[in-house]
Design a protein around this ligand. Sequence first.
Ligand code: ADP
Length: 496
Amino acid sequence: MEDVHYILKKYWGYNRFRSLQLEIIQATLSKKDVLALLPTGGGKSICFQIPALAKPGICLVVTPLISLMKDQVEQLKKRNISAAAIFTGMSYAEIDLILDNCIYGHTKFLYISPERLKTELFITRVQKMHVNLLAIDEAHCISQWGYDFRPSYLEIAELRPLLPNVNIIALTATATRAVKQDIQDKLAFKNPVVFQKSFNRDNLAYLVKRTDDKDGALLRLLNRIKGTAIIYVNTRKKTKLISQFLAKNNINTTFYHGGLDNTERTQRQDAWIKGKVRVMVATNAFGMGIDKPDVRLVVHLDLPTTLEAYYQEAGRAGRDEQKSYAIILYDEQDILELKENIEKEHPSIEQLKKVYQQLANYYQLAVGSHDNTAHDFDWEDFANTCRIQPQEAYQAIKKLESEGLIRLNEAFFQPAKLHIAVNHHDLYAFQVAHAIYDAIMKSILRLYGGELFSEFCTISEAKIAQHMQTNPATVTQQLHKLHQLGVVNYVPQTDK
Ligand code: ADP
C-alpha cells in the first residue's frame, strides 16, 4: 500500500493533512464504515480519494448533482487520476463503455448518481468490478430530517449485499443528531466510526449588521473587502435588480437563479469560478458543490430561511482558510418578519398537545389502533375533522416530528411513536432550546450591539438563565446543542 502522505504530495502537492483528514483516511483504510462530518471547505474529497488511491481497485462515488460529478472528475483528471461519471441522460453505449473500463481498464473513480444505481446494467457490471471503497458524498441527502432529502439515496443500501466486503465512507457538512443517526442506519453501517470536526471556522467572521440602507451598506462592504463575493437574496427578481445596481456602481457582477436555463447558469457559474466575474448575486439555487477556495465575502441581503441553510451558505466563504467574512444585513422589516416566522414555527405547548391528541384520535378513527403499517395521511381531512386550520396543523405536526415524537413520511403518516404519551421532557427541552436561541438573538441584538454571530462577544449563561428563569446548567447544555448544530459559536470559558 502506498503511503498516504506520499499520495497527498504526489497528486495534490500538499505537505500536510488538515485536522481529522488523516484519522478519517486511516479508519477508512482499516475497513471501518466511516461517517465524516466536516464543515464546508474542510477538505472532504481527499478523505475518500486518498484511501482509494492507496489500494488497488476502484472507488464508487455517489453524488447528488451532475455538476458536482463533472467537476470532481475534471479535477481528478487534471491530477492524472483516471475517473469517469455516469448520470441520467447518457446513452446506453456511453455507459456500457465506461462500465467496461471500470472492469477491465484502469479507472480509479466512478462517480454515479443515485438514480443510476438500480439499473440492471449497473447491477450486473458492478459485481465484476474490483471495488475498494464506496463513498457517499453529501450523505445528508439520505435523511428526511436533513434539509435536502433525496429519496433515491435510500437505494444505496441495496448495493451493500452486492459488495459484501466493501466498506463505506459517508461525508457531509451537516451535523444534526437526527441526520447523523439516520445516515448510519440507512446506509446499514456495520463497523461504524464517526469523525466530527469542530464546526468553528476560525478564519470566518460572522457579522450581522443593522442598516436602513442595505444597498449603500453592500457597496461599502464590497469596496472594503476585496476579492470574490456571493450576495444571497430571497427572490429571483432581486438577483437581477441588485446585480444591475452593482454594475452601475462599477462592480463586476452577474446573477444566478433556478429560473435561468442550464447553459446560462453554467456560463455564469464558470465565469465566476474562473475569476472573470467578481460578484455573484444569487438565490439559494447557487451553491451546492461549488468549490471556489478564495471567496472572501458572503453577504445575505435577506434573512436566510433556516440556520442550517445559513451555515452552508456562509460557509462558502474562506474555504482556503484565509480571513473571510459572512455578513447579514438586516433592517426593521426583516426583524418583524423573523418574529412572525418564529412565532408561526414554534406553536405553543398547548397547541402542540392539542394537535398531538387530535392526531392520535384521528389515526385511531381512520385506520384502527393496532395496525403498524404506514397509511396515507390526508391533511385536509385531518384539519377538517379536528376543526383547525391546515396551516396550524402543519406547523404543529412538523414540530412534533422534528422532536422525534411522531414520524411523518412525505405522503404518509407513520405512527411509530404515536402511542407514547406526549413527553413533557422533550417538549420542555425544545421550548428551552427555542427560548435560548431567542434569548441569544435578543441579547446579542440588543445587549451586544447587533453582532449576532460575532467572534468577540461573551455571553453569560447566568444572564441568559436569569432572563429565562431557568438554571445555568440547562442553559449550558442547550448552548452545547446549539453549538453542535452550528447555530452559535460557543466556547465555554473556565474560571481562572
Ligand atoms: P469540502 O468538500 O469539504 O467542502 P473540498 O474537498 O472541496 O472541501 O476541499 C476544499 C479545498 O481545500 C480544495 O481546494 C482542496 O484542494 C483543499 N484542501 C483539501 N485538503 C487540503 C490539505 N490537506 N491541504 C491544503 N489544501 C487542502
